[in-house]
Design a protein around this ligand. Sequence first.
Ligand code: C2E
Ligand code: MG
Ligand code: MG
Length: 800
Amino acid sequence: MNKDAVASDEGSVLWALLPGMVVVAATGGSARHVSPEFAAFAGAQRETLQGSGWLALLDTASRLALLAALARPASLVLSLGLRLGNGEQRWLECSSCWMPRQACHVCLFQDVTAGRQAEQAALAQAQLLRLTADSVPALIAYYEAQTFRCVFANRQYARTFGWDEVSILGRTFAEVIGEQAAREISPHVERMLQSQQAVVYERELPDEAGRPRWLEVTLLPHVDAQGRSIAAFVLIHDVTRHRLAEREARESEERLSRFLQASAEGVVFHRDGIITDVNPPICALTGYALEELLGRSVLDFVPPEQRAKVAAVRAAGQDVSYESEVLDREGRRIPVEFIGRTLMHKGEALRMSIVRDLRDRRAAQARIHHLAHHDALTGLPNRMSFMDELDHRMGFAAGAGEQLALLFIDLDDFKRVNDSLGHMAGDKLLQTVAMRITETLRSTDRVARFGGDEFMVLCPAVRQLSEVETVAGKLLAAIEVPVDADGRLISVTASLGIALYPTDARSPAELIKHADSAMYLAKSRGRANYQFFDPALAHTAYAALVMESRLVEAIEHNEFVLHFQPQVRHHDGALVGAEALIRWQHPERGLLMPDSFIPVAEQQRLMWPLGQWVLREALRHVRRWREEGLALAPVAVNLSTVQFQARGFVEAVERVLKEEEVPGDWLELELSERMLMDDLPEVKAKLQRLKAMGIQISVDDFGTGYFSLRHLKELPIDKVKIDRSFVRDLPAAQDAAAIARALIQMALSLGQDVIAEGVEQAAQRDFLAANGCAEMQGELISRPLAAEDFRAWMLERAAR
Ligand code: C2E
Ligand code: MG
Ligand code: MG
């Protein structure tokens, strides 16, 4: 036991009289006396608490504070935290009295745990409140109403005005936000205090970085039980985001409206079909002022029959475009395109329709349509549109029991004008003719250019043929007037064919075809006239002329080929010659036989160039084969009357032989009986000149004409060809057999060779051979072959 402990013993009896929790401690903190109440409170033996034992109860901070206080010889009041033996946390309030005499502190303790806990809870509450206030995204403050001093402010509030949450306390409103601002705001404050109602206003206050910032301020009065406004809550929200969004929306709306004002397209806004806005082009389009349009139904401006469609599209809210019409103020229909769109505007679906004026586009389309339906050179309707018109008129005429006349006009020899004077003159001529035709006609008549130099005229409601004849005569006369093309006077005539509906045709195509053939009839009757369709004549004239026009091209385009048919001697099978036979490789109709085009060529003076071509081509082939070493006796070339009778024929043959460097005896010319019958001396002279060149002469189709024995005797003929019509019926038919035998005998008696053509069967061959016909040509040996095939045929025979 130390000295202090001994000294305490003196007063311990007295101290024991003190009620309550008492500890008597020396300045060093050592307890000289611990009351039973204190020990009971501590839940420990008094002995353990004696000396420094009691200090162990205290938490460190309390202990240090206590020791520091006890060290001074003065009374003290202290709050102490301690932990009991059972681990419970308690707070004691210690008030000590310094006893100078005993040099000790008499410490009286009071259990303040309950109060302390409440205090702590309140503190925690306050802290939580602070935390909450500092965490919410709002500025919060509380001002006392009498003095306008700040009692509470959250951190954001304080910082916004340049304070912190402590320094702001006690400041007046004006100090916090500035004199100027306070003056501005005071009306709101007044209002709030007077009305005792919340007041909301907005302030624009730049942030620290100087960016614009909008604050929404709510002032809430704090009214006490007596109904006095004792304070004001200030609640501030930063509404910058909303304001910016609003501004953006407003600007974009402004932009849209500026755009709409400036747009050339009409734009209509409507809600459930009721117009809410339009832009100026809509007013211009419809002729209505904006006020006249607002609030009206869009359907009021759409023609009745289109309303259902427009309404359906709108109701479906489809984003579609379609063509329709708009009625303007005068009730005129304007073709437009509607482009419907649904926009979300301020949270509601707003319908926007772009209204595009289609008049320009329609005009362009009309121009294109015109171009497609008219001939560019003359401006007249073209074939296509004429056909439509014709179809339409015929349909009408059929119903009305009306008669129509179709006039087909074709210029005579236009090709020559074009070729000799040039296309410019040709074009000028066509334009003038087109104009004159148009001028000659009545307004109800229709005219078209059908291509090239062909024009069509349709006269409706014809009562008498004489009317049509008058028109036709006028047209021919008008066309014939000379045309001034670049100072040169050109004149053309036209051939005109007329077909009538319903007399001549049922369909437009047939009517045209018949007018066409009537036109060809006019051509064949000397041109420069008109003809009505005549079913009896149409066929021949038409076919021939169609062929003629194509034949010229065929010559130019080299569409002809030669086939070769071998001629063979019976007893030894020797190749004695070949006949060149022309074919037309027609681009559409295929390989055409000579019977279908030779008569036309003869009629149309085309036989001469065609004949020359055959001659040259045959000789070229023969020379090539000869050069190859193929032993081919003369090639036989058929002549037509036109060729043989032409002046200069012999010279022409001579020239070709020379040019092709072929000797005359490689050539045989086949003439028909008829050619040889005309002027005997002249024919004889020609044949002699040909023979003088070494050319052989044969008589084709022998037996079919009126060839007399006298002719046969007098003319220098080498060979006769028994016509295949006699050969065909051999040997069974008695007549044929008799004629064939006689023909062969006649020729043989004159010392001429005989060849039979069209030999198809062995029996025919045997009969002919038995009767002295040594040479044969026909399918039994070979059908006519293309040049290459004929060459192969010869090679094959040579190899045998
Ligand atoms: P053509 O001169 O009497 O010619 C013989 C005709 O008989 C050819 O007809 C030939 O193909 C045909 N033929 C040959 N073998 C047989 C056979 O076994 N049976 C039958 N039924 N017929 C056979 P294609 O080639 O049609 O010629 C017909 C006519 O056309 C020729 O008769 C001739 O007059 C004329 N021709 C052909 N080529 C020319 C030519 O280049 N110039 C001229 N001016 N006329 C020609
Ligand atoms: Mg022949
Ligand atoms: Mg013949």
